[in-house]
Design a binder for this molecule. Structure first.
Ligand code: IMP
Length: 430
């Protein structure tokens, strides 16, 4: 098994970090291939919590090399902050963290561009505000994109920013209303980023070559997706998606590792659904402050790691997960946060949609069609017991076992892990 991918099959925040951690003993490298500091996970090591949004979760393991692939967009201040926080916590990543010289860099004008675009009601996506979309736009637009490798060449960087920044200022003033607009200074940005470049320099390599060498040496790699499959720019609920390929199809482009090396794909799902930002979510529970949605949000601590926004919460949507399981080529699913549902007398599973009066069992990834879909549910009796101490399937009450079995049937994949709490040990390996 040279390469495996851990990918979320919903709208992100499926607790992928825990699965990467469980698999970590048997891996040499952990690689991120998409997104940027819009992802977020908290990893606990020896009782100390580390918040990571840009670095791969592998950084917390002493014998694992961590790689930020070319498909990721890098905000250097965040990179430095996360490295420093790790150092403060006694974790040294100086020889084990690598970033691609081809990864694109996020600049302050990207964040400003995003702020201006998101401040009007029309066309709002509900982004994380980290400059992700504008940076990817510059990457594919080719004229304004700046890669990590370019930060390391002073005169080149100064010249390039002298070309890019005046265009950005014009764009910004066209978008801005009143005194809203900010003008950027190319030299000031160059000075600031040249400072960051020196902190990044020891970590910058040609990561594609590094990964090819690792594969040739028989090393094992975990590819860690950021965001969830339903936020994939091509196959997600466009336009309410992120700007990168979060499905495993992003690995080839985002790292340079050919698909044939990725021989196991692990789809991670929550026992219910969450979504942050705008866009349709057919099973969303809008049942008020005393309702089930709020109860799940509180117990599951469903607030965004990056933005702190309350996540939208809903019942498990088997139609959506069947779709992403097919797209990702998942071999198995891991079912996370099952313990959060304990104590609910009745659980619902979405098995189909009503679309304009017709029952459909396929997922319309066109957000405008999905907005019109109403969930068709199957009910399952819940369980009252606390399951956080369960360590094997037979420890689970009958209701919980039935719930796991039914999800497996509806998605058409085996469930390989059931997670019943945040701790590593709170996992049922099937
Ligand atoms: P962006 O990635 O910041 O451009 O945001 C686009 C959409 O993806 C918004 O709805 C965000 O809330 C969502 N999003 C981005 N990253 C994550 C994540 O890691 N988890 C969940 N949602 C995310």
């Amino acid at each position: 098994m040279p390469g495996m991918c851990v990918v979320g099959l919903q709208w992100g925040d499926e607790a992928k970090g825990k699965i990467v951690d469980l698999l970590g003993d048997d891996t040499d490298l952990v690689v991120r291939y998409n997104g940027g500091a819009n992802a977020g996970h908290t990893v606990v090591v020896n009782g100390k919590a580390f918040k990571l949004s840009l670095l791969p979760t592998g950084v917390i393991r002493p014998n694992v090399e961590s790689v930020i692939g070319n498909g990721v967009v890098v905000y250097p201040p965040r990179f430095i902050e996360e490295v420093e926080n790790l150092e403060k916590g006694g974790i040294d990543v100086s020889g084990s963290l690598f970033v691609s010289d081809h990864a694109h860099v996020i600049f302050p004008y990207h964040m400003e561009e995003e702020r201006l675009l998101e401040s009007g009601g029309e066309g709002k996506i509900g982004t994380t505000g980290r400059g992700i979309g504008p940076c990817y736009q510059d990457k594919v637009g080719r004229r304004f994109g700046i890669r990590v490798g370019e930060l390391l060449r002073e005169s080149h960087l100064r010249d390039k920013l002298k070309f890019v920044v005046p265009f950005k200022n014009k764009l910004m003033s066209a978008f801005a209303t009143g005194t809203d607009g900010k003008a950027f200074d190319a030299n000031a940005i160059a000075d600031e980023y040249l400072g960051y470049a020196e902190r990044l320099r020891p970590h910058v390599v040609d990561t594609s070559r590094m990964l090819h060498d690792a594969l040739a040496a028989g090393k094992k790699i975990i590819f860690e997706a950021a965001q969830g499959s339903l936020l994939d720019v091509d196959h997600g609920t466009y336009p309410y998606v992120t700007s990168s390929s979060s499905l495993p199809s992003g690995i080839w482009g985002g790292t340079g590792v050919p698909a044939k090396f990725v021989t196991r794909i692990i789809g991670v799902v929550k026992a219910y659904t969450t979504r942050v930002g705008q866009g349709p979510c057919p099973t969303e529970l809008l049942d008020g402050p005393d309702g089930i949605g709020e109860r799940i949000r509180k117990i599951g601590r469903e607030y965004g790691t990056v933005t702190g926004r309350p996540r939208r919460v809903g019942w498990f949507d088997a139609v959506a997960v069947r779709y992403t399981a097919a797209l990702s080529g998942a071999d198995e699913i891991t079912l996370m946060l099952l313990d959060v549902l304990s104590g609910l007398p009745e659980l619902k599973l979405c098995v189909a949609y009503d679309l304009d009066g017709e029952r459909v069992t396929h997922f319309p990834s066109d957000a405008y069609q999905l907005e019109r879909c109403k969930p068709i549910y199957e009910s399952i009796p819940g369980w009252s017991e606390d399951i956080t101490g369960a360590r094997k399937l037979s420890d689970l009450p009958l209701g919980a076992r039935k719930y796991v079995e039914r999800i497996s049937e509806l998605v058409g994949l085996k469930v390989s892990v059931v997670s019943v709490g945040p701790d590593r040990a709170q996992s049922i390996m099937m």
